[in-house]
Design a protein around this ligand. Structure first.
Ligand code: HEM
Length: 215
């Protein structure tokens, strides 16, 4: 009962945080210091990531049994579960450094390739695990879709900033890129927690197989 209440409260907080990220992030220069603006923005993203985890562990489906499978491939899903949220957080921090004038756009765009490839691999490997349950696979599909969309929105945000095309749709896409960054982080955290629960470390005596074809 308490858990269900917390679950719905968390959902409301997640929606409010997303709204704040899409419409209310401080503009560069609005608070007088890039570091303060960046700290405020990063706090909201971290809050979204932490709330996503609370939402997951208080969800009714989390209390059910979930199929376990052997994490026998390379790279291991358990290792990717630790690295993927951290790589996403680094990507967000580089975005904030650019937005608040403390770095150029190159680090954010360059790291985007590494982060996106890692997230897409993580999601695809989970989807292709035959032992993975439907809830786990659904989260992986969401992560892969959100990551693909985020890269497209990022290109639009860049066009908005650099080419200053000025259309309302491109401004909308740039705002959506800010909010979708939190969704990607939240899904990476959720999928990581799910994988750490369901993927059992492979025994060292058994040969490793590719994650993509692990039967
Ligand atoms: C997984 C991929 C990506 C993630 C998670 C991501 C995330 C973010 C986040 C969270 C911000 C805002 C940071 C803040 O203000 O605190 C941001 C800003 C930005 N990103 Fe990305 N990004 C990704 C990929 C890309 C790509 C591929 C591009 C361009 C080719 C791009 C271009 C931009 C630009 C131009 C901004 C500044 C937007 C503005 O000031 O309104 N991003 N990104």
């Amino acid at each position: 009962m308490i858990s269900t209440g917390v679950h719905f409260l968390t959902l409301a907080l997640l929606a409010a945080t997303l709204l704040a990220l899409g419409t209310g992030l401080p503009q560069a220069g609005s608070l007088g210091s890039g570091s303060v603006e960046m700290a405020g923005a990063l706090a909201l993203y971290l809050q979204f990531g932490a709330l996503s985890l609370v939402w997951l562990v208080t969800a009714p489906f989390w209390r059910k049994e979930h199929p376990r499978f052997r994490d026998g491939g390379w790279p291991s899903l358990r290792a990717m579960a630790w690295v993927a949220p951290l790589a996403t957080l680094a990507q967000i921090a580089l975005g904030a450094l650019y937005r608040y004038g403390m770095a150029g756009v190159i680090p954010h765009v360059t790291w985007a390739f590494a982060a996106a490839i890692l997230l897409l691999m993580f999601g695809s490997f989970v989807i292709s695990q035959q032992g993975a349950g439907p809830a786990l696979r659904r989260m992986a599909v969401l992560l892969v879709s959100a990551t693909g969309l985020q890269v497209v929105l990022g290109v639009m945000a860049l066009l908005d900033r650099v080419a200053q095309l000025g259309g309302s749709w491109i401004r909308w896409a740039a705002r959506a890129h800010l909010a979708a960054g939190a969704i990607v982080l939240g899904l990476a955290v959720i999928l990581a927690a799910f994988v750490l629960r369901c993927a059992e470390p492979a025994s060292q005596t058994e040969p490793a197989t590719s994650n993509g074809t692990n039967a």
